[in-house]
Design a protein around this ligand. Structure first.
Ligand code: ATP
Length: 453
């Protein structure tokens, strides 16, 4: 038999593993799917919640200068007229004259159809906002858009937040939520979808201090990924050349990630100046000025906006954590997720389904479940169960064997090192909590012992 060798991650492998293990499925799968839409399965939703939670904690809850919001997806259409989206949120579309596939002109390297090589039509601009109607009559006056970004909900609430939150500039408003873009071409799994989630914040600063805050946030955002275990060599900031900036931006830096399909934008950080607040002030007739009571001056603040797609973050965390390792004659596939984002923190594995052992293991499971996302698994051999938990990225497995019934101890197996310790059941919860916070496996609780080095 040829020797098995660990391979590199490809998008095909990732898509298939995500489907097999319940991370992510194509939307409407039994009807052949819907292009650009994905469903998060039982494991994927835990990963997604953890990524969103890690962001919310670091951006909103651990800071004094930030508040959160949750604004509606449907907004008055005047918002999108004032913001420039109705006029400018467009992509250049070309169509193949032979096979009629449509492409975003910006993505094409040559002036022919990437699928069949056919000639292409002239470019025409295509607005990528989804349109629908509010109320029963489908008329122009009833047109509303599904938001393509969450930012506008925060701009139009600027004065509401200032007058109710007691925050003084500099401060930010943060939001997470669904966004929709009728992308001409989707692809690379969850990298580019038509329905996705954003986590973004608007950081309001005094004009003149915007460049300093912009640099601060590029640095902070890079550090967030590093803290959650993303490898430094897979992250690279990319500064947009001035002539290619969006209509509202003074500067823009993307945090790019080395995805299997190449370096691409993970997060965009833009200095949006006072463009948005000025536009909304002019269109609504409402003042967007801020009164600085320390210096007794009025001004319209500048805005620095870091904007991150939840799904692109998840894709980066999945790719970064994936590894194939040689393991005797086999290949071990493992997601080395940081414990904060791992979908399942602990798996309880009874060595057998025998009644007395199962009852003991279920008790252990019940004591751990209120503290961390815990899974109980009593199917197949213990080796196979370890492999399954490795593929789910579970940092610790707790094994209950027949000796546990006598000595009231259980084995903890660490995902990354595959080393094991044995600790009293009474110390399990605290030991796991410490390990999940980064403590070395071989720091033992009282009565604990090293089991397998
Ligand atoms: P791209 O150039 O890739 O289309 P963009 O520059 O239009 O992205 P922004 O408008 O800056 O993207 O959106 C902010 C963030 O939203 C991006 O950094 C990305 O993480 C995410 N994002 C944008 N479009 C999509 C999409 N279609 N699917 C998933 N995530 C997206």
């Amino acid at each position: 038999m040829p020797e098995k060798k660990p391979g590199k991650l490809t998008m095909e492998k990732l898509v298939s593993l995500c489907q097999r293990r319940g991370f992510i499925f194509p939307s409407s799968d039994i009807y052949g799917g819907l292009s650009g839409c994905w469903d998060y399965g039982p494991v994927g939703i835990e990963l997604k919640r953890n990524v969103k939670e890690a962001w919310w904690r670091s951006i909103v809850q651990e800071r004094d200068d930030m508040v959160g919001m949750d604004t509606s997806i449907l907004m008055n259409s005047k918002v999108w007229e004032a913001s420039g989206h109705v006029t400018n949120f467009k992509d250049p579309l070309v169509e193949c004259k032979e096979c009629h596939l449509r492409w975003k002109a910006d993505d094409l390297k040559e002036n022919k159809c990437p699928s069949c090589g056919g000639a292409l039509t002239e470019e025409r601009m295509f607005n990528t906002m989804f349109k629908t109607f509010i109320g029963p009559v489908e008329e122009d006056a009833a047109v509303v858009y599904l938001r393509p970004e969450t930012a506008q909900g925060m701009f139009v609430n600027f004065q509401n937040v200032v007058s109710t939150s007691r925050k003084r500039i500099p401060f930010g408003i943060a939001q997470q939520g669904r966004s929709f873009r009728n992308e001409i071409t989707t692809g690379n799994f969850i990298f580019r979808s038509r329905e996705f989630e954003l986590m973004e914040f608007e950081y309001f600063v005094k004009p003149g201090t915007d460049a300093k805050w912009f640099d601060y946030w590029v640095e902070e955002r890079l550090n967030w990924y590093l803290k959650l275990g993303i490898k430094k060599e897979n992250l690279k900031p990319y500064e947009h050349p001035k002539e290619k900036l969006a209509h509202y931006a003074r500067s823009c830096t993307d945090i790019t990630y080395n995805y299997p399909h190449g370096w691409s934008e993970l997060e965009g950080i833009a200095n949006r100046t006072d463009f948005d607040l000025k536009q909304h002030a002019a269109a609504s007739g409402k003042s967007m000025e801020y009164f600085d009571d320390e210096n007794k001056e009025h001004y319209i603040p500048y805005i620095v906006e870091p904007s991150l797609g939840v799904d692109r973050a998840i894709l980066a965390f999945l790719c970064d954590a994936y590894e194939e390792e040689p393991d005797k004659d086999e290949i071990r596939v493992v997601f080395h997720f940081h414990p904060d984002i791992a979908p399942i923190k602990v798996a309880v594995l009874p060595l057998s389904r025998k009644e007395n052992l199962a009852a003991f293991a279920k008790d252990v499971y019940k004591t751990l479940r209120p503290c961390f996302t815990t899974q109980y698994d009593d199917t197949q051999s213990i080796g196979r169960r370890y492999r399954r938990q490795d593929e789910l990225g579970t940092p610790y497995c707790v094994t209950i064997d027949f000796q546990s019934l006598e000595d009231n101890m259980a084995t903890i197996r660490e995902r990354d090192s595959m080393k094991q310790i044995r600790v009293p059941v009474a110390a399990l919860k605290d030991t796991l909590l410490a390990k999940l916070s980064g403590e070395d496996l071989f720091i033992l609780p009282e009565g604990g012992q090293i089991w397998k080095e």
